[in-house]
Write a protein that binds this ligand. Structure first.
Ligand SMILES: O=C(CO)[C@H](O)[C@H](O)COP(=O)(O)O
Length: 261
């Protein structure tokens, strides 16, 4: 479903931007992320248990939920954060939190993605939180993915950026070699993610991330997913197949809402 200016106008009002009939407004990527996030929060109802996503797009949604709680427009929300970063942020906003042990069924997830294909399959985890995201989002009745239009790809891996795989630190190089070898026909290069200070990036779960760069389209995603998960040493990967129920895309021409059939 494509929603053009009227929907965009209400989102833009929330952002205090100029109305759409004034001279063309070039929105930044972050403004588009915010528009998608605010639209997704319209799905939130009082009393819901919510999965709180991780990343710069999801942060706008968490901010908005915090704002609506403060204004008394939402009540009795329980959030389940998908990272320590989101947990700290939600606490700072006064959002009551829980976990999957206490709330194994979650009403709604709102989270970003790194890539979205035409079937609503996602690559997630370039922010490093893919394991907790997959656990919590897998427990959700509804998963609304929020992206700006730069995240749309024809096939996963199509952005030329990495497919992240969380691995145990023990003999990570051995696991990375196995992964690279698994996808050798795709020209795969496996690299350990670093923390920007010359050390390995460590996830909230104490693991490492191996990034896979493919030269070619992955092909059958389910087959690839199963093969990756069969490698001992792999904890989880960033392909989120058949999980998103809705994707909200914010672009220069407005908001598009894609629902799973
Ligand atoms: O999967 C994620 C974190 O693990 C993020 O949702 C994904 O990386 C998108 O991030 P951003 O909203 O900052 O573009």
């Amino acid at each position: 479903m494509a929603v053009a200016w009227s929907e965009k106008a209400s989102s833009m009002e929330a952002l205090s931007l100029s109305p759409p009939m004034s001279p063309p407004v070039i929105l930044t990527q972050d403004e588009l992320k915010k528009i998608a996030a605010y639209k997704a929060v319209e799905f939130v109802e009082s009393g819901m248990v919510l999965c709180l996503g991780t990343g710069s797009t999801a942060k706008h949604a968490v901010d908005r939920i915090g704002e609506l709680l403060r204004q008394g427009k939402l009540n009795n929300i329980i959030g389940i954060p998908t990272s320590k970063q989101t947990q700290e942020h939600a606490i700072s906003l006064g959002i009551p939190l829980s976990d999957l042990d206490s709330h194994p069924t979650v009403d709604l997830a709102i989270d970003g993605a790194d890539e979205v294909d035409p079937h609503l399959n996602l690559v997630k985890g370039r922010g490093g939180s893919l394991l907790r995201e997959k656990m919590v989002e897998g427990a959700c009745k509804k998963f609304v993915c929020i992206v700006d239009e730069s995240k749309l790809v024809k096939h996963l891996g199509g952005s030329g950026l990495a497919l992240p795989v969380e691995v145990v630190p023990f003999c990570w190089k051995f696991t990375a070699d196995k992964l690279q070898n698994l996808f050798k026909d795709w020209g795969c290069i496996a690299r350990l993610r670093n923390d920007g200070k010359g050390e390995a990036f460590v996830t909230d779960n104490g693991n490492y991330i191996v990034e896979l760069y493919m030269e070619k389209e992955i092909g059958d995603l389910q087959v690839a997913s199963d093969a990756v998960l069969r490698i001992a040493g792999v904890v989880e990967h960033g392909m989120f197949l058949d999980m998103a129920t809705t994707v909200i895309v914010a672009g220069e021409l407005g908001i598009t809402i894609k629902n799973k059939h």
